[in-house]
Design a protein around this ligand. Structure first.
Ligand SMILES: *Cc1c(COP(=O)(O)O)cnc(C)c1O
Length: 426
C-alpha cells in the first residue's frame, strides 16, 4: 500500500533513463562529436575515417547477392517471423561456409544475428556477469568496450605491439587473466590494425586460453580478407580443446553493412559450451531473430558469389595499402605500419615533432581544418599517438589525400629533440 501511495503522490514527470542506458556509450561517438570538424573551404573533404566500404560507391555489392535478395523477396514466403536463432537452411549454409576439413560445424552450431555487432553483443552477454572481466585488444574495435561496460562487465585491455605487426603481447595477456575472467576477445584480421596473425601466434594465444581455461570470443568479421603472402586461420581450426564462439557476418567481405546479417558459430569442445548454447538461444529470443529476407537469401549469397569478387576486393584494398604506405613513409613525422589484411592502416605520429598539438585528436582535427582530410584519431581505439586510415577509398582520392597529409606535416613538423622519430603509442 505504501508503494502505491508513493507512486500516486508523484507530482513531476521526471522520466529517467535506465542505468543500463546511462552506462552505454561508444567512445568513437563521444570523441568525434567533441571535435571541431570544419573543413578548409577551398578543399573538398576527404573522409578517411568511416569504416563503411559503401560510402564512396566504388566497391559494388556482388551481383549474386543482389539476385539472391530479389529472388527471396519474390517468393513472397519470407515476410513473416523466422526462428529466433535463424532459419535452419540459412544456418546450414553458414555452417558449410565456415567449416574447414579439420573443423566441421552444423546448423545447430550457428546462431544468426543482426550484424556482427549483434553477435558480439550476444557472446559477451552470455559469457560474463557484472563484475567479471573480459580481455580485449588495445588498440581495438571500440564496440567491445561499449557492449561490456553497459552490462557492468569490466574491460581489461591487452597490448598489441606495433613493432611486431600488432601481435599480442602474450606476457601482458597472461598477467591480466584472473579468476573473474569470462573470456578473451581476439580480433583477427584486425580493425583498426589490419594485422593478420600467423598460425604460430594464434596457437600461442590458444595455449594461454587453454592453460587458464578461458573461452575465446573470436571476432572474425574480416575472415579471408588477407593480402598476398598472408594466410587466414580461424582460431577454431587450430585447437580441439579451447571452446570458441566465433563472430562473423556478411558485412565486410560482401560489402553490405546495412544488411545487418551476422552470425555466431559455437565451437563446442567436449560439451563445455552446452549452457552457452542454451543461453544464446534464450538471448536470441529478446529480439525475435534477424531479418528473414536476408536469411532466406543467405544460401545463395554464400554459394553463388564468385571467388573472383573476393579476390578483386582484396586486390583493390591491397593496392591502396601499398600506395598509402609508400607515400606516408616519406612524410616527416609519420610512421605507418603496413597492414596484412582487413581495410585499415594505423599511422604513428611523432607527437614530439608536432609541438603545436598535444594529442592525436588535436592533430587530426587540425588536418581537417587546414587540409579537409579526416583520419580517425586512434584515441578512439584507446591508442593515442596514432591515426587510422581506411583503405576502401578510390585511388585518385588516395593520391590527393596523401598530398595533403604530406603538406600538413611538412608545414608543422619540427625535428624531435634527439633528432629521431620516436613513436610510443602511449
Ligand atoms: C565492422 C566490424 C564489426 C561490426 O559489423 P556489423 O556486422 O556491421 O555489426 C565487428 N567487428 C569489427 C572488428 C568490425 O570492424
Amino acid at each position: 500500500m505504501e508503494a502505491i501511495q508513493a507512486k500516486k503522490s508523484r507530482t513531476e514527470w521526471g522520466v529517467r533513463a535506465s542505468n543500463y542506458a546511462l552506462s552505454t556509450f561508444n567512445p568513437i561517438r563521444s570523441i568525434v562529436d567533441g571535435m571541431k570538424l570544419t573543413p578548409h573551404p577551398d578543399k573538398p573533404m576527404i573522409a578517411l575515417s568511416i569504416g563503411d566500404p559503401t560510402v564512396f560507391g566504388n566497391l559494388p555489392v556482388p551481383e549474386a547477392a543482389e539476385d539472391a535478395i530479389i529472388k527471396a523477396l519474390k517468393t513472397r514466403t519470407y515476410n513473416g517471423y523466422g526462428p529466433s536463432t535463424g532459419y535452419e537452411k540459412a544456418r546450414a549454409a553458414v555452417a558449410e561456409y565456415v567449416s574447414t576439413p579439420t573443423t566441421k560445424v552444423e546448423a545447430r552450431d550457428v546462431v544468426l544475428c543482426s550484424g556482427c555487432s549483434g553477435a558480439l553483443d550476444l557472446c559477451i552477454t552470455v559469457l560474463a556477469n557484472p563484475g567479471q572481466n573480459i580481455l580485449m585488444p588495445r588498440p581495438g574495435f571500440s564496440i567491445y568496450k561499449t557492449l561490456a561496460e553497459s552490462l557492468g562487465v569490466i574491460v581489461k585491455t591487452y597490448d598489441l605491439l606495433p613493432e611486431k605487426s600488432w601481435e599480442i603481447d602474450l606476457d601482458n595477456l597472461t598477467e591480466l587473466i584472473d579468476d573473474h575472467t569470462a573470456g578473451i576477445v581476439v580480433n583477427n584480421p584486425s580493425n583498426p590494425c589490419g594485422s593478420v596473425y600467423s598460425e604460430e601466434h594464434l596457437k600461442d594465444v590458444l595455449a594461454i586460453a587453454s592453460k587458464f581455461k578461458v573461452p575465446i570470443i573470436a571476432d572474425e568479421i574480416y575472415e579471408h580478407f588477407v593480402f598476398d603472402g598472408f594466410q587466414y586461420h580461424s582460431m577454431a581450426s587450430l585447437t580441439t580443446e579451447v571452446p570458441i564462439v566465433s563472430c562473423g557476418g556478411l558485412t565486410k567481405r560482401f560489402l553490405v553493412p546495412g544488411w545487418r546479417m551476422g552470425w555466431i558459430v559455437v565451437y563446442d569442445r567436449n560439451n563445455t559450451l552446452s549452457e552457452i548454447r542454451q543461453g544464446l538461444t534464450s538471448l536470441s529470443q529478446r529480439i525475435l531473430g534477424p531479418n528473414t529476407l536476408v536469411q532466406a537469401a543467405l544460401p545463395d549469397i554464400l554459394n553463388n558469389t564468385p571467388a573472383e569478387f573476393f579476390h578483386d576486393t582484396v586486390q583493390y584494398i591491397q593496392k591502396n595499402a601499398a600506395l598509402f604506405y609508400k607515400r606516408l613513409c616519406a612524410v616527416p613525422g609519420l610512421k605507418p605500419v603496413m597492414p596484412q589484411g582487413a581495410m585499415y592502416m594505423m599511422v604513428g605520429i611523432d607527437m614530439a615533432g608536432f609541438p603545436e598539438y598535444n594529442t592525436d585528436v588535436e592533430f587530426t582535427e587540425a588536418m581537417v581544418t587546414e587540409q579537409s582530410v579526416f583520419c580517425l584519431p586512434a584515441t578512439c581505439f584507446q591508442y593515442p599517438g596514432y591515426f587510422r586510415v581506411v583503405l576502401t577509398v578510390p585511388a585518385d582520392k588516395v593520391d590527393e589525400a596523401c598530398n595533403r597529409i604530406e603538406e600538413f606535416c611538412k608545414q608543422h613538423f619540427t625535428k624531435s629533440v634527439n633528432g629521431t622519430t620516436e613513436i610510443t603509442g602511449k
